[in-house]
Design a protein around this ligand. Sequence first.
Ligand SMILES: NC(=O)c1ccc[n+]([C@@H]2O[C@H](COP(=O)([O-])OP(=O)(O)OC[C@H]3O[C@@H](n4cnc5c(N)ncnc54)[C@H](O)[C@@H]3O)[C@@H](O)[C@H]2O)c1
Length: 511
Amino acid sequence: MKDIKTIGIVGAGAMGRGIAQIAAQAGFDVLLFDLNADAVAAARTSLSEMWDKLAAKGKIPQDVAKQSLQRVQSCTEVQALSKADLVIEAVVERLDVKCELFRQLEGIVSADCILASNTSSLPITAIAQACTHPSRVAGFHFFNPVPLMKVVEIIDGLRSDPLTGDALMALARAMGHTPVRAKDMPGFIVNHAGRGMNIEGLKTAQESVAPFYQIDAIMREQAGFRMGPFELLDLTGLDVSHAVMESIYQQFYDEPRFRPSPITAVRSAGKLLGRKTGQGFYAYPEGQKQVPVEPEVPKPTQGLKVWLAPYHSVGHKRAAALLKDLGVAIIAAEAPPADALIVVTPYGEDTATVVSEHLLDGERTVALDTFFGLEQGKRRVLMCSVATLPKWRDAAHALFASDNTPVSIIDDSAGFVGQRVVATIVNVASDIAQQAIATPTDIDLAVSLGLGYPKGGPLSMGDSLGGAHVLEILRCLYRTTGDMRYRPSPWLQRRVQLGLSLRAEAACVAR
Ligand SMILES: NC(=O)c1ccc[n+]([C@@H]2O[C@H](COP(=O)([O-])OP(=O)(O)OC[C@H]3O[C@@H](n4cnc5c(N)ncnc54)[C@H](O)[C@@H]3O)[C@@H](O)[C@H]2O)c1
């Protein structure tokens, strides 16, 4: 592969402009073309303003700002890209348009020029089919906004020469981005891994487990994510997210793990799209998000007796330590006395299942989620059975909030909220690894940089929460619901069976 010095960019929209910025700042000459000449002019003006701003703030030296702008050449005809060593396409997301453009480019550029597509959802192999030399075609998938989102997916089409991808990996590093490598499969890595949070969050809401704002609060303040699923959907907008959910589901031929929700179909039809329409899962009067007020903490129940179920050893240990810290003497009896609050700590089971399996009194039983730990200040989640009386719910609420820790009260759900959403995220990521779409390292890197997930990415998250617990939650979810979406990925199951990290690659591979 020849050295890349000049980069052609086709499409001067949000993405083309962002790619032009990081390429020119990294010292590459940029040829920017768009069918719409105004778009090129607008992009150059916005780049100029951006570099001036960065220089004024001291983020880049003045001369770098000036030289960067000089490196970006506006092109009025696609033929002007003939000198490019690489052309990056960032035009409208339509296969017919991209194929036609690639066909045209092959007649313009040199024989060893690389042709890359920034597509988010179209198969690279299908775009490359338009070319006489598909080996020079690969995916180069940046995220929006390009200068801030420091990850880029390099996708090998079925006919791509691996050297094409290698050259793009090196180029991404030279532009200050972190490259990850993916097979040509729907959603590549990030948009595939991102299914877990949205789809399981929606399923949980559809079962009326908790209101949208509570699910978000739990995902942020208990599970440690920057945003919950509904905040994220409001930010992206359902016009984009709902279409992506349907597209990935269809491209994987109705894989139950990706089954979209009628919630987003109806809300899309009603134009409750999110921030952009002022009304999504939250209302945004004058652009300000309105969050419902949480219910008040009830008064503590005097002389409350608490019986803690011993059925889950880890859950029991964590809950017992917390109750001790809260100054509660747990009743030591083997069976719960008739006047005590019953606290159970299931992993993947709902309260009703624990009550019926152990012949407990459903009216007095409340479940506590211990999966993420119970430190003071970290939101705690309590779950009622459909028989739990308000008196016992309130007693549990006051008790577990007594050290000023926020508490969410949810309805019965196999896997509470956090357990089922996080187990789904880890399961989807495990299955990306099982399908060899990317290495475990690249899956974690792509997701932590592309989606901002905590704990170093979904596979590392599974390791730190305990792969065996994640598997246990999924198996219970599958048993309780009978829904194939919860079947554990073989990647996860085998690593847990063998006591290995979820990031472990096989010691030897099929030949
Ligand atoms: N916006 C995002 O968040 C995002 C993120 C990752 C990838 N992508 C992908 O990047 C690509 C571009 O997205 P965008 O958001 O910048 O789009 P955009 O609509 O902002 O810009 C597309 C530009 O392409 C131009 N164009 C259309 N057809 C053309 C052609 N045949 N030749 C030359 N120019 C043409 C249009 O005039 C327009 O200026 C799409 O494939 C999209 O899926 C977008």
